[in-house]
Design a protein around this ligand. Structure first.
Ligand SMILES: NC(=O)C1=CN([C@@H]2O[C@H](COP(=O)(O)OP(=O)(O)OC[C@H]3O[C@@H](n4cnc5c(N)ncnc54)[C@H](OP(=O)(O)O)[C@@H]3O)[C@@H](O)[C@H]2O)C=CC1
Ligand SMILES: CC(C)(CO)C(=O)C(=O)O
Length: 316
C-alpha cells in the first residue's frame, strides 16, 4: 500500500463499518474486529446505502486477539458499556505515535481519567475523542444505511486538550477519506452539546419506537425534548462548559435526518444492552452532586428501566 496507513477498528457495528469502508476505499489497510470470529470470508464486502452508495471489499475482519500491531490508528467503535473489556488491551496494539480514537456518545471514559488508572489503556496524549454528529443504521451484518443532512460532523480533539501533529494527521487522513473531520479547542463543550441530543432523543426513541423526524415533528415530544436538552445545558454550565447549539437547532437536525432510528432504538429492537449509563445515569449523578433538578432525564431513565425488549418486535 503506497500512501496508506494501518488502521484497526474495534467493533464492526454502525460507525465501525462506516469508517472502515471510507478509510479502506481511500487506500488504507483496514482491519475490523468483531466480538467473535464470523463464519464466511475474512474479507467480506461492506455495503452502504441510503444517502451514500458504495461497497468496500478490502476490509479484513478478525478478532482483537489476532491483530498484529503496531497500528497507526486504533478506532474504538464499541458501545460505552463494552469499553471495560476493550480498554486494557489497547496499548499493545500501538506504539508511541498511535492515535487511539473513541467515538462513544455520552460522558466519555476519559472524563476524570489520569494516565495509569487502567493498566493497558492508552495515554491521554494518544487518545482522540470524536463527537459524532451523524446517523448510521445497520441493515444486516455488513450492510449499513447512511443518513445525511449535509451537515454531518466528526469533531476531534485530544483528551489532554493538546493540538498535536498526530491529531492533525488524523484529521487530514479522515478528510482524504471523505469523513468530515474537524478539530475542536473545547471538546468538553462539544461533548455536552452532543449529550443534549443523546440524553433525550435516544431514550425517547427507545421508549416510543419513533424515528428522529417523528420525535422532532410532534409538538408533545418536542416539548419534552427541549426541556430535557435544557437540563443538560444547565449541567454543562455548572461544569464550566457552554453548549454550542440550542434545543431548536437539535430539533431541526433531527427533522432533517428524518427516518433514522437512534442507536439506542436499534439496540432496543435487537434486545441488546442500552447505553443508559453514559447517556443518562452519568449526567443524573452529576446533577445530584450539584443539587440540580433534572426531572425529565430521571423520567426517561425510569421508563427505560422497564425491561420490554419484545416491545416493537412484532410491529417492525
Ligand atoms: N449509530 C450512530 O448513528 C451513532 C453512534 N454513536 C456512538 O458510537 C458508538 C458506537 O455506536 P454504533 O456503531 O451505533 O454501535 P453498534 O452497536 O452498532 O456497534 C458496536 C459493535 O461493537 C461490537 N463489540 C462490542 N464489544 C466488542 C469487543 N470486545 N470486540 C469487538 N467488537 C465488539 C458489537 O458487537 P455485538 O453486536 O456482538 O454487540 C457491535 O457490533 C456508541 O457509543 C454510540 O453511542 C455516535 C453517533 C452516531
Ligand atoms: C441521535 C444520533 C443519530 C445523532 O447523531 C445519535 O448520536 C445516535 O443515534 O446515537
Amino acid at each position: 500500500m503506497s500512501n496508506g496507513i494501518r488502521i484497526a477498528i474495534i467493533g464492526g457495528g454502525n460507525l465501525g463499518l462506516y469508517l472502515a469502508g471510507h478509510l479502506s476505499l481511500a487506500g488504507n489497510e483496514v482491519f475490523i474486529t468483531q466480538r467473535t470470529r464470523s463464519t464466511g470470508s475474512e474479507t467480506d464486502i461492506i455495503f452502504a446505502e441510503g444517502d451514500e452508495h458504495w461497497h468496500a471489499s478490502q476490509v479484513r475482519f478478525t478478532v482483537q486477539e489476532e491483530l498484529q500491531g503496531p497500528f497507526n490508528q486504533v478506532i474504538v467503535a464499541v458501545k460505552s458499556h463494552d469499553l471495560q473489556a476493550v480498554l486494557p488491551r489497547l496499548a499493545e496494539l500501538g506504539d508511541a505515535d498511535t492515535c487511539y480514537v473513541f467515538l462513544q456518545n455520552g460522558i466519555p471514559w476519559w472524563w476524570t481519567y489520569r494516565d495509569g488508572d487502567i493498566a493497558g489503556a492508552p495515554k491521554l496524549a494518544n487518545t482522540v475523542a470524536v463527537v459524532v454528529q451523524h446517523a448510521v443504521e445497520r441493515l444486516g451484518p455488513k450492510r449499513i444505511k447512511v443518513h445525511s443532512n449535509g451537515r454531518n460532523r466528526y469533531i476531534c480533539a485530544q483528551a489532554d486538550n493538546e493540538n498535536s501533529a498526530r491529531l492533525q494527521a488524523l484529521i487530514t487522513r479522515w478528510r482524504q477519506a471523505d469523513i468530515p473531520a474537524e478539530s475542536s479547542n473545547d471538546i468538553r463543550s462539544e461533548v455536552w452539546t452532543k449529550l443534549m441530543a443523546n440524553a433525550t432523543l435516544n431514550p425517547l426513541s427507545a421508549i416510543t419506537g419513533a424515528t428522529l423526524a417523528e420525535l422532532a415533528g410532534t409538538p408533545q415530544t418536542r416539548t419534552v425534548l427541549s426541556a430535557g436538552m435544557n437540563e443538560i445545558a444547565r449541567l454543562a454550565e455548572l461544569e464550566g462548559s457552554r453548549v454550542r447549539m440550542p434545543p431548536q437547532a437539535w430539533l431541526r437536525f433531527a427533522e432533517e435526518i428524518g427516518t433514522a432510528r437512534t442507536s439506542m432504538l436499534q439496540d432496543r429492537l435487537a434486545g441488546r444492552t442500552l447505553e443508559t449509563e453514559a447517556l443518562l445515569a452519568a449526567p443524573i449523578a452529576l446533577a445530584e452532586r450539584y443539587g440540580e433538578p433534572v426531572p425529565i432525564l430521571k423520567t426517561l431513565l425510569g421508563c427505560l428501566s422497564i425491561p420490554r425488549t419484545d416491545l416493537f418486535r412484532s410491529a417492525r
